[in-house]
Design a protein around this ligand. Structure first.
Ligand SMILES: [Zn+2]
Length: 355
């Protein structure tokens, strides 16, 4: 599938619509006038991260900002350290798997939750806000370690580190993190799990897919914080990004809806494409095996490499213009856009119409 996509992949220029011909000064001027921000969302990692390979893929995508929805591994400190080493502007929230076995903070020596938080420093936005003045946007973090649903997960960690004891207290902390956002900034919320209120079918964006009949497994505190912010502030909140609820549903029940266009002018985006990395080499070997029966698989050097998932968000002049699930192949130093599944678009940009 990926190899055929490789052959037919359109160029990045056409897909992103952001590479006007340098010979056209009119287009060039219009391009410069548009203030555009590109965000790459890395959904739940679950051990699928390679700093070198993902850096190559991101160098092709050229995002202004990378958002991570957490669940890096089961308290995989080394991997989180490697995320911290990524040389792109970024914001991160830890998920329930990042506090997989730690129930409370260790006193004498640092536990693995503390070590992860230390690696990430200010870029971990749990109950915090990170301002990006050059991009005119602020990332506001939800509740760290969320596992979804009505109950707080890792209550002792939340109490010890953040002084949060219940859902209302948690909603208040998220709300307070947003207060003070510069007036001319967009607010983007980054949480491990999405808010309640987005549907209760098993394939809904936060729907329970592991029980018959589904149910809403969103975070009530995040939903409360968002609605309270909308009622009491003038912040523009165009996007809420989260993960936790994987795209592939349990028991082979198909795929989850990964985007909701809210009636409140907010787009809710689930980035949890899991697994986010597929091996081209393995795919090729598997194909060889099936074609050659019991013969030793032949590895074709060009076929080795990986395809890596990112969800790309394009914002132009303060408005969300396009969101796409994007797969990038990395074969040695060669990176290629393999697949682009558009989840949302406002239609062709003015700049494209002029070409
Ligand atoms: Zn999770």
């Amino acid at each position: 599938m990926f190899m055929s996509a490789l052959l037919h992949a359109p160029t990045l220029c056409c897909l992103f619509g952001s590479c006007p011909s340098p010979s056209s000064s009119k287009l060039k001027n219009r391009f410069l006038m548009a203030s555009s921000v590109r965000i790459a969302v890395v959904g739940d990692v679950h051990d699928d991260w390679n700093l070198e390979e993902d850096t190559k893929a991101l160098q092709l995508l050229r995002p202004d900002l990378v958002l991570f929805t957490g669940d890096f591994g089961n308290e995989n400190v080394e991997l989180v350290r490697s995320i911290a080493d990524l040389k792109f502007a970024k914001a991160i929230i830890l998920g329930n798997h990042d506090a997989w076995s730690t129930q409370q903070f260790a006193q004498r020596r640092k536990d693995r939750v503390q070590l992860q938080l230390e690696c990430l420093g200010e870029e971990h936005v749990g109950y915090r806000r990170l301002d990006f003045p050059m991009l005119k946007l602020s990332i506001v973090g939800g509740r760290p370690f969320s596992c979804g649903g009505e109950q707080l997960f890792r209550k002792r960690l939340l109490a010890e580190r953040y002084g949060v004891h219940d859902m209302n207290g948690s909603a208040k902390r998220i709300y307070e993190a947003a207060i003070g956002t510069p007036e001319d900034h967009l607010v983007i919320l980054l949480a491990h799990n999405g808010p309640t209120g987005l549907g209760s079918n098993l394939n809904d964006i936060c729907g329970k897919d592991w029980v018959f009949g589904g149910g809403d497994h969103g975070d009530p505190d995040l939903a409360n914080a968002i609605s309270h912010l909308k009622e009491t502030t003038k912040f523009s909140i165009p996007l809420v990004v989260f993960g936790h609820m994987h795209k592939e549903l349990a028991h082979g029940n198909g795929l989850r809806k990964m985007i909701v266009l809210g009636t409140d002018n907010t787009i809710y985006l689930n980035g949890a494409i899991v697994p986010r990395v597929k091996s081209l080499g393995d795919e090729q070997k598997t194909n060889n095996r099936s074609f050659m029966n019991n013969e030793i698989p032949v590895t074709i050097p060009e076929a080795e490499g990986t395809v890596r998932a990112f969800t790309l968000v394009e914002i132009v002049d303060g408005k969300l213009e396009k969101i796409a699930e994007t797969w990038i192949s990395v074969i040695g130093d060669k990176t290629t856009l393999e697949e682009e599944n558009i989840l949302f678009t406002t239609g062709p940009r003015e700049i494209d119409a002029g070409i």
